[in-house]
Design a protein. Structure first.
Length: 67
């Protein structure tokens, strides 16, 4: 992976981390307000999908070295 590609992946990862944190804050606020549980479940599902994408990007950055 070239330096530019790695920088692009790191930028995408940083954006996803911020989005993941935003969902976390929103979900906590919804829980405190007593929002609809179905809406909260959907938000949690989106948050989990973001976490999966973050894991995929992290795997691209960190080489798979067998020790």
């Amino acid at each position: 992976m070239s330096d530019q590609e790695q920088a692009d992946v790191r930028l995408s990862l940083a954006r996803l981390r911020q989005e993941h944190e935003d969902y976390d804050v929103a979900i906590n606020a919804m829980l405190q307000v007593g929002c609809d549980t179905l809406r909260i479940q959907r938000m949690k599902k989106k948050k989990l999908a973001i976490k999966d994408r973050m894991s995929n990007l992290e795997d691209q950055i960190i080489p798979d070295i067998i020790a």
